[in-house]
Write a protein that binds this ligand. Structure first.
Ligand SMILES: Nc1ncnc2c1ncn2[C@@H]1O[C@H](COP(=O)(O)OP(=O)(O)OP(=O)(O)O)[C@@H](O)[C@H]1O
Ligand SMILES: [Mg+2]
Length: 322
């Protein structure tokens, strides 16, 4: 399965080009397009009402929008379940009480989004291609950064946990009585790494995030960036290029969207500046501004553009995705 992310500044045409890519690719492939943006407009682009539900637009093209509120709630519920289960001997840790506060904790939405991406990649094996339409730059970079950040934390936590178990082991040896580890609940604490639920959970987290990182950084993932011929778009695109580079994520294609005969000079300038910033031989495609998209009475299909962006996207993969 190939994974594609559409990224860029707010309003540049990420959703439009993600939808156009999905439509064109679905002529020869089974495609799922998922909107990760809390402000969805995928349904509007395809002219169907999704309301957070998956819908088949055609045999080969399915549309989906994540419900970020529900996703965050489910994520938190699941994690609190795992925590209470793992730390059942610590009755003082009454996590249920913290639920209402934790849901506002920074990072929850990003983790929830990442979990949803992970689940989609794991379970949607029927599709040849999954396209993720992302929220504007800030949130996107934050959730794409999470696997690496988490691995750094989990590695450190694994070391600390191992030291705790080692110390318990030493105490057990000195006292010679496993009952010493018995808590009020009657649960005996683990003295060996292989028995420790916390360590098992940490190792499982590390495996998950290692897999996800390999996938996101690997040959089956392709990120395209959309920008417009204007200076604000250029500045934010430069930040996005730097951010993706820092995260070692595969930006593979640029779309200069909404180009007209009036703004070609600006399009040249923006493209040249981006190219001079380390993207010298980068594949880049211009997409013309379609006036019918901006005319309420035109009845235009808002996913239907003239350029062949499917071929451009497929050629960014090592093989052609077929
Ligand atoms: N090539 C194009 N020609 C004409 N209009 C376009 C083109 N691409 C995008 N648009 C229009 O620009 C507007 C913003 O597009 P879109 O919603 O795809 O951007 P976005 O980057 O996904 O925005 P957001 O950051 O809000 O999610 C829409 O009205 C869309 O129809
Ligand atoms: Mg959008």
């Amino acid at each position: 399965m190939k994974i594609i992310f559409s990224t860029g500044k707010g309003g540049v045409g990420k959703s439009t080009l993600a939808a156009a890519a999905a439509w064109q690719l679905s002529q020869h492939h089974r495609v799922l397009i998922t909107s990760l943006d809390p402000a969805h407009n995928l349904g509007d682009i395809f002219g169907v009402s999704l309301n957070g539900k998956r819908k088949a637009f055609s045999n080969n093209l399915h549309l989906d929008e994540v419900d970020l509120k529900k996703l965050s709630r489910d994520y938190l519920n699941r994690e609190i379940g795992v925590l209470t289960d793992t730390y059942k001997y610590l009755q003082v840790l009454n996590l249920d009480n913290y639920f209402s506060v934790l849901q506002y904790s920074p990072g929850i939405e990003e983790y929830a989004l990442l979990t949803s991406i992970e689940k989609t990649i794991q379970h949607e094996k029927d599709f040849d291609i999954v396209i993720f339409d992302t929220p504007p730059t800030g949130l996107t970079l934050r959730f794409l950064a999470l696997p690496r950040i988490t691995i750094t934390w989990v590695d450190r936590l694994i070391q600390i946990r191992k030291r705790i178990i080692e110390k318990r082991h030493t105490i057990q040896k000195i006292r010679g009585n496993p009952e010493t580890g018995k808590e009020e609940s009657g649960i005996v604490l683990a003295y060996d790494e292989s028995d420790d639920d916390v360590l098992k959970r940490l190792n499982q987290l590390k495996r998950n995030y290692d897999n996800l990182t390999s996938l996101l950084e690997g040959p089956d993932c392709s990120i395209f960036m959309v920008f417009n011929p204007d200076l604000l778009s250029l500045r934010e695109s430069q930040r996005l290029v730097d951010g993706l580079g820092d995260l070692n994520l595969p930006l593979r294609l640029l779309f200069d969207n909404k180009v007209t005969s009036e703004n070609t000079a600006m399009a040249d300038t923006v493209e040249k500046t981006l190219r001079s910033g380390g993207l010298s031989s980068f594949p880049l495609m211009r997409i013309s501004l379609l006036h019918e998209f901006q005319d309420a009475g035109s009845g235009a299909a808002l996913y239907n553009i003239n350029e062949d962006i499917a071929s451009a996207i497929l050629s960014t993969f090592n093989n052609d995705g077929r």
